[in-house]
Structure formats: structure tokens, C-alpha cells
Design a binder for this molecule. Structure first.
Ligand code: SF4
Length: 173
């Protein structure tokens, strides 16, 4: 027997439930680009954080739809400091908060981390990216991967067959 699309919720209540969840400020639409975005507490609740990780993650969730549509899921991890509560080093795309020289919020950007059968530590590709530049940079990362990857190649596989220098050249904005 086919599984219902929304387990535990009768069809008649789905629209009402969706509206209620959205009114609480949560998203009900996930995509392969945004469904794997995660952020640590960030500087609204953690004294160690160099950036407002949650606000920047929400900003990216709003930015990506309509601009990118990857063919496979991508994990994007925002973490506010090297303690790495959101595990930036094992996401496909990892961002670790950093205060820039002028005091602005920014991130170091690492690519190609993975878990399970793709376990490995991400490599640092960019340092000190201004927080306001994160959305276009992640957009570009996903577009370049889609354009340059081999058929069926995951993000991790694509990044790992290129050197840091090659990735920097592909992705410079
Ligand atoms: S990663 Fe750092 S900034 Fe983020 S919650 Fe953990 S300790 Fe705080």
C-alpha cells in the first residue's frame, strides 16, 4: 500500500496546518538547496560567536530559491566560532564566523566536508568573506558545481577532485 504523503496528518488538515506553521515563522517548503541549511546559536545567544549565524542562514534560505536548483541535496553549515557546534567542517559548504578587520561580521568558507561513506574534513577556500557577500558566493558555488560536475557527481566528489587553487579560481567573485 502506498504511504500517505503527510504521515500522521489527515489530508483535510494539511492546508490549515501549513498556514499555522508558517504563522509561527517556520518554513514549510524545503528544496535540495535549502533543506540542509543549519546554524549554531550565533551571537544572539552565544558569547563566542563572531556572527549572527541564524539570521544569515535565514537570509540564505530566502536568497537561493529561484536562483539555484541543484540536482542533489547540499548541506550548508553556519557556525559562529571554531567550537563548531554546527559542524562546519563536515558540511558540503561550511561557514565559520570571523570578525573582519573593520569589525564587520564575516566568515571563513570551507568546502567538501562529509560524513558516513563520504567522511572527510572540508578544506578552507576563502577567508574573511563579508557576511553580506555570503549569499552571492554560495549561489555561485552551487551554480559552478552544477555546470562543471560530471554526471551524477555529488558536491563532495566534485570538490575533492579539485585542488584548493582550482576551486578558488572557479569561484572567485
Ligand atoms: S559554534 Fe561557537 S558561536 Fe556557535 S554556538 Fe557553538 S560555541 Fe557558540
Amino acid at each position: 500500500m502506498a504511504k500517505p504523503p503527510h504521515p500522521h496528518v489527515p489530508d483535510a488538515f494539511i492546508a490549515t496546518l501549513t498556514r499555522s506553521v508558517q504563522r509561527l515563522g517556520f518554513y514549510t517548503d524545503a528544496s535540495l538547496a535549502t533543506g540542509g541549511i543549519i546554524a549554531c546559536t550565533g551571537n544572539r545567544g552565544c558569547k563566542y560567536s563572531a556572527a549572527d549565524t541564524k539570521a544569515h542562514a535565514v537570509g540564505l534560505i530566502k536568497h537561493l530559491p529561484g536562483r539555484v536548483s541543484p540536482g542533489a541535496p547540499v548541506n550548508i553549515h553556519f557556525t559562529g566560532c571554531p567550537h563548531s557546534c554546527a559542524q562546519h567542517y563536515c558540511g558540503d559548504i561550511g561557514l565559520v564566523g570571523a570578525k573582519l578587520a573593520d569589525g564587520a561580521e564575516g566568515y571563513h568558507v570551507v568546502l567538501g566536508g562529509g560524513m558516513d561513506h563520504e567522511q572527510g574534513i572540508a578544506r578552507e577556500i576563502f577567508r574573511g568573506v563579508r557576511a553580506t557577500e555570503v549569499n552571492p558566493l554560495v549561489e555561485k558555488v552551487l551554480l559552478v558545481w552544477e555546470k562543471k560536475k560530471n554526471r551524477g557527481e555529488t558536491f563532495v566528489q566534485w570538490t575533492r577532485r579539485h585542488s584548493v587553487k582550482e576551486l578558488q579560481e572557479f569561484l572567485s567573485i
